[in-house]
Design a binder for this molecule. Structure first.
Ligand SMILES: *[C@@H]1O[C@H](CO)[C@@H](O)[C@H](O)[C@H]1NC(C)=O
Ligand SMILES: *[C@@H]1O[C@H](CO)[C@@H](O)[C@H](O)[C@H]1NC(C)=O
Length: 244
């Protein structure tokens, strides 16, 4: 009964509302199986259209991703970027279509040509998870965590000189969320010994957005994120967004 009322209201809304107000971008509809941990709702739709599924997403403040599979609409708070490839270790699940409502303009992250980093804590904490365009913070992996070492680092070759204005790093949930005394450098030296872009003292709260924004944009190709903590430490990060 409740569901019918909701659908009626939605239909009414669909007729009157401007559907273009729900901004979204298509993404590769293949996700790690563990995306279920970021599931908000799963509904069998009476009127199984993308628009109805999009409306359900827009009515849920935590919804960042909606997927349709047959008549089933699934909503997630996973953050999936347009450059997500669908390729990931482990089991995946497929949908007919998926749309992200989480996208940010002028993002240079997809230009990353090569990453290197201090050894990860395990294969489920590999460097690739930082910039692969998929993030579900309710999962116990799919973030990068370095082993406990002196001055752990994560490096990215941006493929060419890029003008960078802002970098946002999302920290990890839980106990292994160390992100402290961080320095980001950016420049043209391939040995990654480059001028400071911006720094952050911390320690950072888990699951937070940390902004690195210099007074003036910096142009460079080689980017390094490093903890300068004077004792051995893990460095954990779930996502990096680099903006021009
Ligand atoms: C989507 O539907 C296909 C075909 O019925 C099925 O194989 C697949 O497991 C479904 N995906 C999800 C995420 O339920
Ligand atoms: C890197 O080289 C570009 C192009 O020559 C230059 O504009 C930029 O200022 C250089 N970056 C740094 C950090 O020196």
């Amino acid at each position: 009964m409740m569901k019918v009322v909701v659908v009626m209201l939605l239909l009414q809304e669909l007729v009157s509302a401007d559907m273009t107000s729900i901004k979204s971008r298509k993404v590769v509809p293949v996700m790690p199986e563990k995306i279920s941990r970021c599931e908000l709702e799963k509904e069998e739709l009476i009127l199984p259209t993308l628009q109805v599924c999009a409306s359900f997403c827009s009515l849920n403040n935590d919804c960042n991703l909606f997927c349709m599979n047959g008549t089933v609409c699934s909503l997630y708070n996973a953050k999936v970027s347009t450059w997500w490839s669908g390729v990931t270790p482990g089991i995946t699940v497929s949908y007919d279509v998926c749309y992200t409502t989480w996208y940010l303009e002028n993002n240079l992250t997809p230009f990353i040509a090569l990453t290197t980093a201090s050894a990860p804590l395990s294969i489920h904490r590999d460097k690739q998870f930082l910039a692969n365009g998929f993030m579900c913070l309710n999962m116990d992996h799919f973030c990068y965590i370095s082993q406990r070492v002196s001055f752990p680092y994560w490096r990215a070759d941006l493929g060419a000189f890029r003008r960078v204005t802002l970098i946002i790093i999302i920290t990890r949930p839980g106990t292994l969320s160390q992100f402290e005394m961080i320095e980001i450098s950016l420049g043209n030296s391939s040995d990654y010994n480059n001028p400071l872009f911006a720094s952050y003292t911390g320690p950072a709260p888990p699951m937070s957005n940390i902004n690195f924004q210099p007074q003036n944009p910096v142009t460079g190709r080689y980017l390094q994120v490093q903890s300068k903590l004077p004792i051995s430490t893990n460095m954990a990060m779930c996502d990096i967004q680099i903006f021009s």
